[in-house]
Design a protein around this ligand. Sequence first.
Ligand SMILES: Nc1ncnc2c1ncn2[C@@H]1O[C@H](COP(=O)(O)OP(=O)(O)OP(=O)(O)O)[C@@H](O)[C@H]1O
Ligand SMILES: [Mg+2]
Length: 235
Amino acid sequence: MFEVRNLSVSIEGVLKLNDINLKVKPGELHVIMGPNGSGKTTLAMSLMGHPRYKIVNGDIILNGENIKELPMYERTRKGLFMSFQHPVEIDSLRYLTFLLEVLKKNGKNPDIDWIKRVFEKMGLSEEFLNRNVNAGFSGGEKKRAELAQMLLLSPKYAILDEPDTGVDVDSMKFIAGAINEALSRGTGIVLITHYARILNEIGKGFYVHILAGGEIKAEGGPELAEKIEKQGFGE
Ligand SMILES: Nc1ncnc2c1ncn2[C@@H]1O[C@H](COP(=O)(O)OP(=O)(O)OP(=O)(O)O)[C@@H](O)[C@H]1O
Ligand SMILES: [Mg+2]
């Protein structure tokens, strides 16, 4: 189980998340929705261990182990994955070289044909593997490549920060397909999204948590996501 207990986080001395609790079991999907600036990316980055986000209270427990002091790469090694809202471009590193390195560091035995197949499954031709990481990729291509990384790493738990923002209908299907595949393999997923449309493509039940002003204000099932889609966050 991946468990967030009473987590409070500050950025440069200002409290941004207050007393967040979340429990994710293998194969479960937990959806986080909330207005712009409510702290969703802050939560994702804090769980992953980005040094800018300071944990002032609480714990992050991965399969019984408190990982809140561990650096980002150690969390990755323990089976935590994150896809970024704004994937960075790295101009001097070929995507394939990057992937081979990441996979090796995480105890996988990378096989180039397998990597090509996973990229193809995400609608990305071999050409993308020969380009530098995200360099000049369109918004949708970047997000599909992030989810290809998830499928290659097969993490225990994945935090996906708006994988469906700015993507067209076809890209969205690739992304939903990757989420469904990871769930069926037993990956527990925290999905940050603004849209119910991706949730319509998810083949199983899920939990919804509403984050506003750095706090979880409401929790429920798919009906909560539909309500937000129709009525907005309101007051
Ligand atoms: N490095 C930083 N320095 C100061 N404030 C920051 C920093 N990073 C984030 N914040 C602030 O923290 C708050 C939460 O930001 P966050 O990026 O977590 O929002 P979000 O819920 O992901 O929003 P969106 O839906 O727009 O992606 C915002 O008010 C933001 O301006
Ligand atoms: Mg965000």
